[in-house]
Design a binder for this molecule. Structure first.
Ligand SMILES: O=C(O)CCC(=O)C(=O)O
Ligand SMILES: [Fe+2]
Length: 375
């Protein structure tokens, strides 16, 4: 089985290799300007930001006995929710955010010592989705697959060990939480975990693969015309996101537009990813999300991108298929899907969908992709 790192490397995307020191930019360079000064927000995407809505992304207490139902409802109606009482100590969030601040605060020449290789994924660079957009995003990211040791040695020749320890501890906590969330999400779909062979007898999901993705969104001289991270869905089963106390994340809600996901102290954002969308036979939408930036405060987030072993076939569960609900997707491995995503980006789900004309009726992720190009 290819490791996740090999799977990514087998499906490279081509990114701008030139990096900017954001702190030195007093004005938004044209290459980062997603709209012209006189454009309104409708040009940035076809969906307006929804500022007046009272609708909020569901917040779920994992100790609530009704959690599986609440999760099911949140997944079906939003494809995203926040969790509290998840059992992860807040000190671990402080540690990972401190490590992230230390990393992104390094001088650019130091960060570039751990730059991603052109065909690689690990290390410092631009968001992978950058290659699909004509404009650059106002963000930098750092991806960890496998061990962070080699990368951290380059960044912090003295202090690398303490940062490695934080990552190891954070990933272990995330892995456990992700397995618990998988069990709850499967229960909410009425699927016994025994139906998922790779879950293992106790639902530990030991064969799961994951990447840790650190994002930094520096303060921006012209935030209304810039984009922190463009609209995308994650190629995962699920994503667990920790954000610092700065706003910026937005999710697209059908009929509402873009809805902010405000940081919740000690809370975590859980996204349904494309593979869970497939596994649920389209019942749970893979949430489209983006990040906006602001003029004064730097935002940090840490995303745990979680999926199956790279060679396991993910397909709509038979219990979710019936006379009124035909099978919507063909089965794919994560490895194969990463290849489709690297070629087709936001159209990847449509590419693995079966007989789209009839089944499109049911597909909540149906082709929104065109709405997210710059005007
Ligand atoms: O920074 C965020 O809130 C979102 C990050 C994200 O979507 C990602 O890393 O895939
Ligand atoms: Fe994402």
């Amino acid at each position: 089985m290819p490791s996740l790192s090999e799977a990514f490397r087998g499906h490279p995307v081509y990114l701008h290799q030139k990096h900017h020191d954001f702190n030195s930019l007093q004005e938004l360079p044209d290459s980062y300007a997603w709209t012209q000064p006189d454009d309104d927000d409708h040009r940035l995407t076809n969906y307006p930001s929804n500022n007046k809505t009272k609708t909020v992304v569901p917040i779920i207490d994992l100790n609530d006995p009704n959690a599986p139902n609440l999760i099911g409802h949140a997944c079906k109606t939003w494809g995203v929710f926040q969790v509290v009482n998840h059992g992860i100590p807040t000190s671990l969030f402080s540690d990972i955010q401190r490590a992230s601040l230390a990393l992104f605060s390094l001088p650019l020449h130091q960060k570039l010592k751990a730059a991603r290789s052109p065909d690689g994924v690990s290390g410092y660079g631009r968001a992978r989705i950058s290659s699909f957009f004509p404009k650059l995003m106002w963000s930098e990211c750092f991806t960890i697959l496998d061990s962070p040791l080699d990368l951290f040695l380059k960044l912090w020749p003295q202090d690398y060990a303490k940062y490695c320890d934080i990552v190891v501890e954070y990933e272990a906590a995330m892995k456990k939480l992700a397995a618990k969330l998988m069990c709850l999400m499967l229960a909410s779909l009425g699927i016994p975990k025994e139906d998922i062979k790779w879950a293992g007898p106790k639902g530990e999901f030991n064969g799961a693969c994951a990447a840790l993705h650190w994002n930094s969104y520096p303060s921006c001289p012209d935030p209304d015309r810039a984009m922190g991270l463009a609209a995308h869905t994650d190629s995962t089963l699920l994503t667990i996101l920790h954000q610092n106390n700065v706003n910026g994340l937005q999710v697209l809600k059908e009929g509402e537009g873009w809805v902010a996901v405000p940081p919740l102290p000690g809370g975590l954002v859980i996204n349904v990813g494309d593979l869970l969308h497939i596994l649920s036979n389209g019942l749970y939408p893979s949430v489209l999300h983006r990040v906006r930036v602001n003029r004064t405060r730097q935002r940090f987030s840490v995303a745990y991108l979680y999926g199956p072993p790279t060679n396991v076939q993910i397909s709509p569960q038979v219990k979710l298929v019936g006379p009124t609900r035909p099978v919507l997707y063909r089965s794919v491995t994560w490895n194969e899907y990463l290849g489709t995503k690297a070629k087709l980006f936001n159209k990847a789900l449509s590419a693995v969908r079966l007989s789209s004309s009839i089944n499109g009726l049911f597909d909540v992720n149906e082709d929104k992709s065109n709405d997210f190009q710059v005007g």
